[in-house]
Design a protein around this ligand. Structure first.
Ligand SMILES: [Zn+2]
Length: 455
């Protein structure tokens, strides 16, 4: 008993699979750890590749996970060669992709191995073959494959067309299948087909031994250059977007200084990562990551102004994130910057959200936005309403007064920052006790619950 427990602990500590989830061709939070959580769990150590695929060190890796990619970032010759060499040397590659009618970047690669992502939808129910014959197959939707004789189908649709298949390449295995066979939710709440996906991949990956003592490391975007104090990080495929995005950041920054009245919190925004996605961005404070073609950039400009202001804004409000409206305030910064740049979309964005909020609370005096289950549109709409009203009553530059006061009154090492604390800072910034006003807007705030000074 004890002996077998020790064995299993040893296995747990040293899984036989080292996998890389690639997010360099197309970033998604799903591939950023969630695929591993859904399918590989204790069986593999997974790291993410953020850099050019051509540069990726696959020597101690035996499983590579790829998606179809985005047409803006084609696979280059170096990437194709690196993946081919990996396969030939015994590695396993899973490609999750569908034919869309337009060319996906991974398509020429699989075509060189005799497979075509067919723009023909698979019809349910799907059926497993060979080792998957007894497995239940869950499928959302997606395309079928056209394959030459080197391939073995593992799953077929109702008409017998392959949806998942594999072929040997040298000592390795190439597995190709529809994205609809795998989970997609960024929170990993949809582990469909987890009974067989993990075992199928780990069994094949085992054909290439790895050294479990040499733990794989994340590969970061390998290129960078300095734009003033900011380090811009990108790889071969995202380099084409870097200059335009830096230009927007440089346009945005002085307005952010004017709106907030302060510099970003000390040590924040040192790096900006260009992400291969149109799906937005994120901020860790020190690093802000920006989706390269967000909102139709570079053809459309306002969405990028708003996104950069938003992600940078998170670094401006630190070390204490704002209560309740930490997200709305970040987008409101973007709206303010857009207004100052004379972009009509800024006003439209503001009024659209105010309208949505008023559907829940027509004059913003009835619903407590801090109550459990408060609708998102109420929280966002009421937040915008509060910022606009504070500016109208205590401006110009009310928000700047607030952040100057916050930096002065709230030490970095303070534990927590509540809405009561926030209203106290607003009161100090405007020289007026604002607790009654916030309560008139149905905020559950109380002066006795904060130890911060009041005017
Ligand atoms: Zn945010």
């Amino acid at each position: 008993m004890l002996y077998s427990m020790l064995i299993s602990i040893a296995l747990f500590a040293n899984p036989a699979v080292h996998s890389v989830s690639d997010i360099s061709q197309q970033f998604s939070f799903y591939m950023d750890g969630r695929f591993h959580r859904q399918y590989l769990k204790d069986d593999a150590v997974d790291v993410r590749n953020w850099g050019s695929l051509s540069e990726l060190d696959l020597s101690n890796i035996n499983l590579l996970l790829l998606t179809g990619g985005d047409a803006r970032i084609p696979y280059d010759d170096g990437a194709r060669k690196n993946i081919s060499d990996f396969l030939t040397g015994g590695g396993t590659v899973l490609i999750m992709a569908d034919g869309t009618g337009k060319s996906v970047p991974v398509a020429p690669f699989v075509e060189s191995y005799g497979a075509t992502l067919h723009n023909k939808a698979a019809s349910k129910p799907l059926k497993g073959l060979n080792e998957l014959a007894d497995q239940e197959i869950t499928f959302r939707r997606g395309g079928t494959l056209k394959l030459d004789e080197n391939w073995s189908p593992l799953i077929v649709d109702q008409a017998g067309r392959p949806v998942l298949a594999e072929r040997p390449v040298g000592a390795g295995t190439l597995v190709l299948g529809s994205r609809g066979l795998f989970g997609q939710k960024p929170d990993a709440s949809d582990p469909i087909n987890d009974a067989w996906v993990g075992p199928m991949l780990t069994a094949r990956a085992a054909s290439k031994p790895i050294d479990p003592k040499r733990k794989p490391r994340r590969t970061w975007a390998e290129d960078s250059r300095m734009a003033g104090p900011l380090k811009i990080e990108f790889h071969d495929g995202t380099e084409q977007f870097a200059d335009d995005i830096v230009e927007v950041y440089e346009e945005v920054r002085p307005h952010m200084l004017a709106i907030t009245g302060v510099e970003p919190a000390p040590g924040m925004i040192q790096r900006m990562l260009i992400l291969p996605t149109g799906g937005g961005g994120f901020s860790s404070g020190v690093c802000i990551a920006i989706g390269a073609w967000w909102g139709g950039f570079p053809e459309k400009r306002y969405p990028m102004v708003e996104l950069i202001s938003h992600e940078a804004g998170h670094s401006w409000v630190l070390p204490h994130p704002e209560p309740l409206w930490n997200e709305p305030i970040a987008t409101w910064f973007g709206i303010q910057v857009g207004r100052r740049l004379g972009m009509p979309e800024a006003e439209q964005t503001l009024h659209r959200q105010l309208r949505k909020g008023r559907k829940h609370d027509p004059d913003f005096t009835k619903m407590d936005p801090m109550a459990e289950g408060a609708p998102r549109d109420l929280i966002w709409g009421k937040s915008y309403f509060v910022f606009e009203e504070l500016e109208r009553k205590h401006g110009p530059g009310a928000m700047a007064k607030y952040f100057i006061a916050k930096r002065k009154l709230v030490p970095a090492q303070r534990q927590g920052y509540s809405m009561d604390d926030c209203v106290a800072v607003w009161s100090m910034a405007t020289g007026e006790d604002l607790f009654p006003w916030f309560r008139s807007l149905a905020f559950d705030v109380d002066r006795s619950r904060t130890d911060l000074p009041m005017p």
